[in-house]
Design a protein around this ligand. Structure first.
Ligand code: ACO
Length: 378
């Protein structure tokens, strides 16, 4: 394949599970309040994957929506990358399960782990494949079921996260211009133990002792993570903007990782940009890690906040500590987003006939959901 003139986003899509968990619901299981969560984080509610849903099922819906928007034949997709820290299984890769559900017979498929920065890392990886002529169409997905990796007795973490998926299709174009203009990716192992899941991997496999000590769940030093995030998001975004030859004032829309509105406000202040130029949805979804940027992007495009020629910046920060920012010139017609409406929200991921996932929703969470059941259309 010959390298293309440009690499452009031709499709976008998102999926959020219908179960809604509010701050008041959480106050029934841990010592917290709607007021504390809202004022410290900006989060009001988050979505929770149901028993029949997983990282792969949600990724497949978002991926199918992105392909439908692009109008590309799924048979022409060469690559699927799923960014996630909550894969369905340690192996096979979630991307392989997504490939079957999406129906892309030729695609290579692999997962990418860079926590909340995963989508930007995966975008950069897919861009390299397409710009180098190794793929013409690459599906980039961020998908997470964080609610199954949280300790529902730990108020420091369980109030922050939610489930969901978002995707873009990157395509080779014969037209000049548009697409990625500047990129910055960082990784700082100093932060490795500030935000981590101690057990369930090769260093500490799951045992009854591990489970009794809740070491299979996410642990976070919130204050240190907060301090590092505010500094790094601003510097990473600025570097990507400068590499693009832009200034922060010229950027039409920032699409940041949605972890905490106070972090985003502090970044806006240090970059000298008004909050109106930042897309926010964390009040409704919480922190969906690798899914947060593509969910916010799909929403921003749907709301008409992006037009051909718009300068946008994706920026994320996450465990590792990792960070990533991409300065991108938008090229697609936002009206094409309505093509996603026809995509069913129920793909099936098949499993071995002699294996049953049971009910994967953690007991304390299932109990709250049963009491407070609130759903919005998927
Ligand atoms: N409800 C009520 N009180 C709480 C809660 C809660 N849910 N959680 C913590 N508290 C308490 C703490 O125990 C502490 O009490 P103490 O002073 O008696 O010890 C007090 O509130 C204040 O705690 P702080 O940590 O100082 O609160 P802060 O204002 O920093 O907010 C927060 C905490 C929201 C976690 C913040 O530190 C934060 O957002 N950190 C960054 C998190 C983040 O971005 N993580 C994701 C990175 S992305 C990824 O890769 C997954």
């Amino acid at each position: 394949m010959n390298p293309p003139r440009s690499v452009r986003i031709t499709g976008w899509g998102a999926y959020a599970p219908p179960n809604v968990l509010t701050n008041d619901d959480l106050a029934q299981v841990v010592e917290t309040s709607d007021e504390w969560i809202r004022t410290r984080t900006g989060i009001r509610e988050r979505r929770v994957a149901g028993p029949h849903e997983s990282t792969a099922t949600m990724a497949a819906v978002a991926g199918r929506r992105a392909i439908a928007v692009s109008g590309v034949d799924p048979a022409d997709v060469d690559l699927i990358i799923v960014a996630t820290l909550t894969p369905d299984h340690l192996t096979p890769a979630t991307a392989v399960l997504v490939k079957e559900a999406v129906g892309t017979p030729r695609a290579a498929a692999f997962d990418l782990g860079a926590a909340c920065s995963g989508f930007v890392y995966a975008y950069a990886t897919a861009h390299a494949y397409v710009s180098g002529g190794l793929a013409r169409h690459a599906l980039v997905i961020g998908s997470e079921v964080l609610t199954r990796f949280l300790d529902w007795t730990d108020r420091n973490t369980c109030v922050l996260f939610g489930d969901g998926a978002g995707a873009v299709l990157l395509s080779a174009s014969d037209e000049e211009g548009g697409g990625l203009a500047g990129l910055e990716l960082t990784a700082d192992p100093e932060g490795a133990w500030r935000l981590w899941i101690p057990a369930g991997g090769a260093r500490r496999p799951s045992t009854p002792e591990v489970l009794a000590d809740a070491q299979q769940y996410l642990r976070m030093d919130g204050r240190e993570t907060y301090r590092y995030a505010t500094r790094t998001i601003a510097s990473t975004a600025l570097t990507a903007i400068e590499k693009a030859g832009w200034t922060p004032e010229e950027v039409d829309l920032f699409v940041p990782h949605q972890a905490n509105v106070r972090i985003i406000e502090s970044v806006a202040k240090s970059l000298g940009i008004p909050m109106e130029r930042i897309h926010l949805d964390l009040d409704r979804y919480g922190n969906t890690s690798a899914a947060s940027v593509p969910i916010a992007l799909a929403e921003a495009v749907g709301e008409g906040r992006v037009q051909p020629g718009s300068k946008i910046v994706f920026v994320a920060f996450g465990a590792g500590f990792t960070s990533g920012a991409a300065a991108v010139t938008w090229t697609a017609d936002p009206a094409l987003g309505s093509r996603a409406d026809a995509v069913s929200s129920e793909p099936s991921i098949h499993a071995p006939a002699d294996w049953d996932a049971g009910d994967p929703v953690p007991g304390p969470l299932a109990a709250i959901l049963a009491r407070t059941k609130q759903e919005v259309p998927a």
